[in-house]
Unconditional design. Structure first.
Length: 89
């Protein structure tokens, strides 16, 4: 999983993570298998987090300039405080 996880798309990683969680929630697994799935889930969550961080860095917001025109402004990070904090849309 570790080698292939780095090449997974966000959608593939999320789908596999959901399957892992469902399998763990259903129970009835031997302890060793449950631990393997748990470790895989942690790695998948890291893949997803990296994908989200990369997407976050590419976020662009539309802003109005002094002349009233619309410009595209690239941002590196979302403002502190979570989603949409400081956005006036």
């Amino acid at each position: 999983m570790a080698a292939e996880g780095k090449n997974m798309s966000f959608e593939d990683a999320i789908a596999r993570l959901e399957a892992v969680v469902k399998e763990l929630e259903d129970g009835g697994l031997p302890l060793e298998k449950a631990l393997e799935l748990f470790a895989e889930g942690i790695e998948l969550s890291k893949v997803c987090n990296k994908s989200l961080e990369a997407a976050e860095q590419r976020i662009a917001i539309l802003t109005r300039d002094e002349s009233g025109g619309v410009t595209l402004k690239e941002i590196d990070r979302l403002p502190a405080g979570g989603e949409g904090a400081g956005c006036d849309f």
